[in-house]
Design a protein around this ligand. Structure first.
Ligand code: G6P
Length: 369
């Protein structure tokens, strides 16, 4: 029964290890370093299309929505297009307003999630064009989209999404750069720099998957498996990474975990902090690193146990434990920072003896409401 696991004890661990290939497959052939641009198959998302987009409404569920939240930071930050993100299940049952020039962007691994399909159909009825980021070429979502960026994650068996998520983030990064270039708001040099950095990500992902790197996440898991609860903190493009880190832990280890914008901590979650709570701060070098570092200090001052994940070495020197992640451009840091969080959730689930590939009550794809 484990013939498809390639020697790994679980599909999830196998799929975590596939990420260097998955990111390379999804991104690298689409990067045109000479032009400092991104090319999608069939000339999709050409300049005229990019210029015609006035607003983007991202729709999705679960992990895919977290990729969508990262996409919002990327698209607003790089392409200067206003972006809204909503749970498909909320969008479809409220009275959403779609302005002319809206592109609805569905993000979905399976392309068959009922709420996401219904929400994008509604957006179309209201006048939006529809694009999707999807992992299944022949899926309903792809058939119903005007344009699609396929992720090349391959089949994902583990119910808790790992490689499909980082592939969605990679695809969203490419889309943001294409939109920025197509609209003429990003200089060729800047795009080339970012894309060169992207091309260098593979060995960095691999370095997070060595025996030594994995042992480090197992050690963190051992130390913290007994915590009463977990708070994941992040800012900017790493805020949704915190949400996703917490979701993984809930899904497979059945541990209560919450993801929070680091700057919001003082407006509530700070009251939860005591030595029984583990606070994971995701912090990479970038324009908000100092702010998140201050949050780590605040947690420590209140007796909380802290783990820092990311490329910000100063955070590591403050936190009780550290998971160093290679440095990259801030815009690319979510792909790297997500990986140790997947592994920490995996090892905590292992310690608790959970059914990692088939967590209770969850379905791989929610095709009925
Ligand atoms: C289910 C899965 C999640 C997934 C979500 C959306 O809840 O358990 O892992 O993120 O559906 O699925 P989709 O196929 O639309 O990405």
């Amino acid at each position: 029964a484990d013939s498809g696991k390639g020697g790994y004890p679980h599909y999830m661990l196998k799929e975590i290890h596939e990420q260097p290939d998955v990111i390379a497959r999804t991104a690298f052939d689409r990067i045109d370093l000479g032009a400092g641009d991104v090319r999608f198959e069939g000339g999709g998302f050409d300049d005229a299309f990019c210029r015609s987009v006035e607003r983007i409404q991202i729709l999705g569920c679960g992990t895919a929505l977290h990729a969508g939240q990262i996409a919002k930071y990327l698209i607003e930050g790089l392409a200067h297009i206003p972006v809204d993100v909503d749970f498909a299940s909320e969008f479809r049952y409220r009275d959403p307003r779609i302005v002319p020039g809206t592109l609805a962007l569905a993000i979905t691994q399976s392309g068959e999630t009922a709420d996401t399909l219904a929400a994008t159909r509604l957006a179309r009825e209201l006048g939006a064009r529809v694009a999707s980021i999807c992992n299944v070429a022949g899926s309903s979502q792809v058939r119903e989209s005007d344009a699609t960026i396929l992720t090349y994650a391959g089949p994902e068996i583990g119910v808790a999404s790992t490689k499909a998520f980082t592939a969605q983030v990679a695809a969203a990064t490419l889309l943001a750069i294409r939109l920025a270039r197509g609209r003429g708001v990003m200089h060729e040099h800047k795009a080339r720099q970012l894309l060169e950095e992207f091309r260098m990500i593979r060995p960095k992902i691999e370095s997070l998957l060595t025996d030594e790197a994995i042992a480090r996440t197992r050690e963190i898991a051992r130390k913290h498996a007994g915590a009463r609860g977990f708070l994941f903190l992040g800012r900017g493009v790493n805020y949704p990474v915190a949400l996703e880190g917490a979701l993984k832990l809930k899904e497979i280890a059945y541990v209560h975990a919450e993801g929070y914008a680091a700057g919001e901590m003082k407006h509530g979650p700070i009251a939860l902090i005591d030595p029984g709570m583990t606070i994971l701060a995701i912090n990479s070098v970038g324009h908000v690193a100092e702010k998140t570092r201050a949050n780590i200090e605040q947690v420590k001052a209140r007796g909380g146990v802290t783990v820092s994940v990311g490329s910000d070495d100063l955070s590591h020197s403050i936190a009780d434990s550290a998971v160093p992640v290679p440095a990259t451009d801030e815009w690319l840091s979510p792909i790297l920072n997500s990986i140790p969080l997947q592994l920490i959730a995996y090892h905590i689930a292992e310690i608790h003896g959970c059914d990692i590939d088939k967590p209770r009550n969850l379905a791989k794809s929610v095709t009925v409401e």
